[in-house]
Design a protein around this ligand. Structure first.
Ligand SMILES: *Cc1c(COP(=O)(O)O)cnc(C)c1O
Length: 361
């Protein structure tokens, strides 16, 4: 490394690999939990009309009160709780990590979990503690109790449903984690549109609970909008770290428009859930894989006889891109994750996989 970079850069940053997102090309793209559906033509047109009237010469609103009120109402945020908006929930995780990064502090999360928790902890300079889940991907309560007791985490992240495993942790276990945590507990409900279960109401019970949601998985991944709900004692601290213009005017106007047409997303989510059940039912009939339950818009499965890389590569040859999580040892060994797509995408995936597995097993 150059002497100047060595002098300037933090060693833990120098050691990081840049987050790699492969260019999709003409693939059937089932790797990133995106919603496969666009808006109906008439709604797209109405949105364009709103965009045409949105001025870009001024800085965006630093506190979009109308949008926040609409979010509070649509997402049933309990009265009296505060809301912070971020450029995707990734930015909110970063703000929380920065706010908590006292010397000696740690950020705790179960593993396997959302990769950004660990990465962002490194960016923020807060120690990361990963606690293994059980083999069924449930919270391992003896290990969680021990880790919380030993490390006294400043903040704990729980994804509900969990990514990449797709399951909802047992709510009794989550309540206990909240009750024994000395710092903040963030319930990351990115997959809420597909889950039918939430800790939003529990905000009224616990003043150190925060609930995070995002517009990404619901169908607006390109917009970059995430939100954090919780007691104002937390939100007012985090707000000090938020860049005042973190949300563009176009994002704010589009999000408000989207919430005024929330029924469109609700219908799409319903359809995606139906497609997920179809996908699970079809996968169940195939030999050579173990299937895990999902309350999200993706499905995790394990390939027998260490063939996950082979299956992944053969799908790729047929221009189907899913996610291979199975190369490292551990709880995800030989596991692949596929996003629920539209009818055609799911059909293409299922028939390709059926062919590959019948050759292998
Ligand atoms: C996809 C995902 C997010 C979303 O991040 P955005 O920055 O809002 O797109 C957050 N948490 C989890 C667990 C996710 O899987």
């Amino acid at each position: 490394m150059s002497r100047h970079i060595h002098h300037a850069s933090r060693p833990e940053i120098a050691e990081l690999q840049a987050y790699h997102v492969p260019p999709p090309g003409d693939m059937v793209k089932l790797d990133a939990m995106e919603n496969p559906y666009c808006w109906p033509e008439n709604i797209q047109q109405a949105w364009l009309n709103v965009m045409a009237q949105t001025p870009l010469n001024r800085y965006p609103s630093a506190d979009p009160t109308q949008l926040k009120a609409m979010i509070q109402q649509t997402m049933h945020v309990p009265a009296g709780k505060s809301l912070m908006l971020g450029n995707g929930s990734d930015e909110l995780i970063q703000i929380i990590a920065l706010a908590c990064a006292k010397p000696g502090a740690c950020l705790l999360a179960p593993e396997p979990g959302f990769a950004m928790y660990k990465l962002i902890a490194t960016y923020a300079g807060i120690t990361y503690v990963g606690v293994p889940l059980t083999r069924q991907y449930e919270l391992d309560m003896p290990k969680m109790r021990e880790a919380i007791n030993e490390h006294q985490p400043a903040v704990t992240f729980l994804a509900y449903p969990n990514n990449p495993t797709g399951n909802l942790f047992n709510p009794t276990n989550i309540h206990e984690v909240i009750q024994i945590s000395p710092g903040a507990v963030v319930l990351d409900e990115a997959y809420h549109p597909f889950a039918n279960s939430s800790f939003m109401d529990a905000l009224s019970t616990y003043e150190h609970l925060l609930v995070m949601r995002t517009f990404s998985k619901m169908g607006l991944a390109g917009l970059r909008l995430g939100l954090l709900c919780g007691d104002n004692i937390w939100v007012e601290q985090f707000e000090k770290l938020r860049m005042p213009y973190n949300l563009s005017t176009l994002t704010q106007a589009s999000a408000l428009f989207a919430l005024q047409h929330h029924d469109v997303f609700a219908k799409q989510a319903e359809h995606i859930c139906k497609n997920r059940e179809h996908l699970l039912a079809e996968l169940k009939t195939m030999s050579g894989i173990t299937l895990f339950p999902s309350a999200a818009n993706f499905v995790l499965f394990k390939v027998a006889q260490e063939q996950s890389q082979v299956v992944f590569n053969q799908l790729l040859e047929q221009k189907i891109l899913i996610r291979n999580l199975g190369t490292a040892p551990g709880l995800l060994k030989d596991c692949l994750r596929v996003t629920v797509g539209n009818d055609d995408e799911n059909h293409a995936f299922l028939s390709a996989l059926r062919g590959i597995l019948s050759e292998l097993f």
